[in-house]
Design a protein around this ligand. Structure first.
Ligand SMILES: [Zn+2]
Length: 294
């Protein structure tokens, strides 16, 4: 019997950070924004009660998931940050770091107090995992499952003995249950493949991104992946039908906005950021499903 606790340490709206605590190991799942890191670290210290933070598992390189890792490293110098090989590469690119910095500034202006100490040049992944690669983290054995679709570097983690799945953002988010928001930015079919791959694990519990509570129980997990697939397909169907009727890119983006940019989502994601995502999703769907570039 594997003992663990999953504790949300989300210190600002949006973003994601949860602490996976076992008798031997303390693992942070994603690490939130830069500006909210000091508050998140205080929350972590309260829960850790003198224990060190041992690892951070990053599900992808987006600013609202990865930025806080830099600040944790200062407090816990032996900490190791784990992510996909592609995320490791992303952090070496000046252009990617510039976007991460700008998005943090925007997020800070909206949800923070306007300033943060910028240490983002130190973003890095210490241990890069290939698909299916396993790693022993104290009493936790995780397997990395590459699940691109949201980003190229999206990775999910499965702790088989505990039946615990940490799902990447590719399989969607749930700010407004029971609807599952598709979060595909770079690929439609690869997203469906990721949903099927993770559903087939038949996990007992799933940690979703941007969510405080675990989904617990096979029925709830199965139901989530069924709805994840349904909304992924439904969104594609509506966008492609409207495209075939002659709607332009902005109108197609508004279909997605009308479907998903509801009050709960708006609390954690600025409209600009939501529409920026839609501006990737729409051309991706049209290209993949019709071959046209818009
Ligand atoms: Zn996210």
């Amino acid at each position: 019997m594997c003992k663990y606790e999953m504790i949300s340490v989300l210190a600002a709206p949006g973003g994601h950070a949860s602490l996976l605590l076992t008798p031997q190991t303390a693992i942070l799942i994603d690490s939130g924004y830069a500006f909210s890191a000091p508050r998140m670290i205080e929350m972590l210290k309260q829960h850790l009660q003198g224990r060190p933070l041992d690892y951070i598992l990053l599900t992808h390189s987006h600013y609202d998931h990865a930025s806080g890792s830099v600040y944790c490293r200062e407090v816990w110098p032996n900490l190791q940050v784990i992510g996909s090989e592609y995320a490791q590469y992303v952090f070496t690119r000046p252009g990617a770091l510039r976007v991460i910095r700008e998005m943090n500034q925007t997020g800070c202006a909206l949800y923070g107090d306007g300033t943060f100490v910028d240490k983002l040049d130190d973003l890095r992944i210490d241990i890069a995992l290939g698909d299916m690669e396993s790693l022993q983290l104290g009493d936790v054995r995780i397997q990395a499952l590459h699940t691109p679709g949201h980003t190229r570097d999206s990775v999910s983690y499965y702790w088989e003995e505990a039946g615990l799945l940490i799902a990447s953002e590719t399989t969607g988010t749930m700010p407004n249950p029971p609807v599952v928001n598709p979060e595909y930015l770079i690929g439609y079919q690869m997203t469906l493949d990721a949903i099927d791959r993770l559903a087939a694990l038949q996990a007992d519990a799933v940690q979703l991104p941007h969510r405080r509570n675990l989904l617990v129980g096979r029925d709830e997990v199965e139901d989530f992946f069924r709805r994840s697939r349904y909304w992924a397909v439904e969104t594609k169907n509506r966008v492609i039908a409207a495209y075939r009727q002659g709607q332009n890119k902005q109108q197609l983006m508004n279909i997605i906005k009308d479907m998903y940019y509801v009050r709960e989502k708006a609390k954690g994601q600025p409209e600009d950021a939501f529409m920026l995502n839609a501006s990737y999703t729409v051309p991706m769907l049209v290209k993949e499903c019709t071959g046209d570039s818009i």
